[in-house]
Write a protein that binds this ligand. Sequence first.
Ligand code: NDP
Ligand code: 8X3
Length: 254
Amino acid sequence: MLQTPNNRTALVTGASAGFGAAIARILAANGWRVVIAGRRIERLRDLAESTDGNLYPLPFDIRTRTAVNQALATIPEEFLPIEVLVNNAGLALGLEPSQRASLDDWEIMIDTNIRGLTYLTHALLPSMVESGRGHIINLGSVAADNPYLGSNVYGATKAFVRQFTRNLRADLLGTGVRVTEIAPGLAETEFSIIRFKGDRKQAANVYRGLEPLHPADIAHTVIWAIEQPPHVNINLIELMPTAQAWGPLEVCRT
Ligand code: NDP
Ligand code: 8X3
């Protein structure tokens, strides 16, 4: 049920699916105005129409700097200023070892998970600093510091997110702007369907026989971090399904 509007606005990237849609829904249900971003405008419109709250669909491709800035310039006055930015849009492509991976896949992951995230952050930070309050939530991953076969560039982009989040904290000390990384493990969304280029059988296999994290688990974590009092900065939350843990170090015996 929609609570009393709180006259505060969040922008969530990657809101057309998975975590982003769940984060947008929980924010709207708690009275936030939410700018919902992604490329698939029909998905964004459906989300806005099916959610009881104040959502504004904003379609753009996060990989293109001019597209990001042009889209942000069209946000209506009633959805400004943006107080919370949830940098959630991102993807993994392929699970091949580096020596067989596609360079095109690598470029798309770098352009989306690194470049796109920095474009949004750079564009929205000045107004947050000027107003003396704001919160940037970056979606990282357990892949940031747990190497696994085929994670290569994906894990490296999430290591960038980890260190960028920490460096932002250093830069923003004293401004009132908070920065948080949420680092999930295995979660069932469209993530694996995208990773395996539409192969739904291979994607379903990733979650076979276990209960993965659900988008709502991430959304609850995000809103909990946002709702902490202004003097509390949640630096990093790592969460995994109970059915997941770390593996042993590999050795190659000859
Ligand atoms: P989904 O595939 O379900 O959603 C990804 C979202 O990112 C979509 O809304 C998609 O929108 C958007 N997106 C992708 N590329 C672009 C682009 N070029 N421009 C704009 N938007 C884009 O995945 P998840 O919800 O699982 O993933 C969300 C984040 O969480 C990602 O950063 C991912 O790396 C991270 N993560 C996921 C985990 C998992 O196991 N699922 C675990 C840990 C972290 P559209 O296609 O409409 O543009
Ligand atoms: C997504 C989680 O374990 O597939 O970031 O890399 S994992």
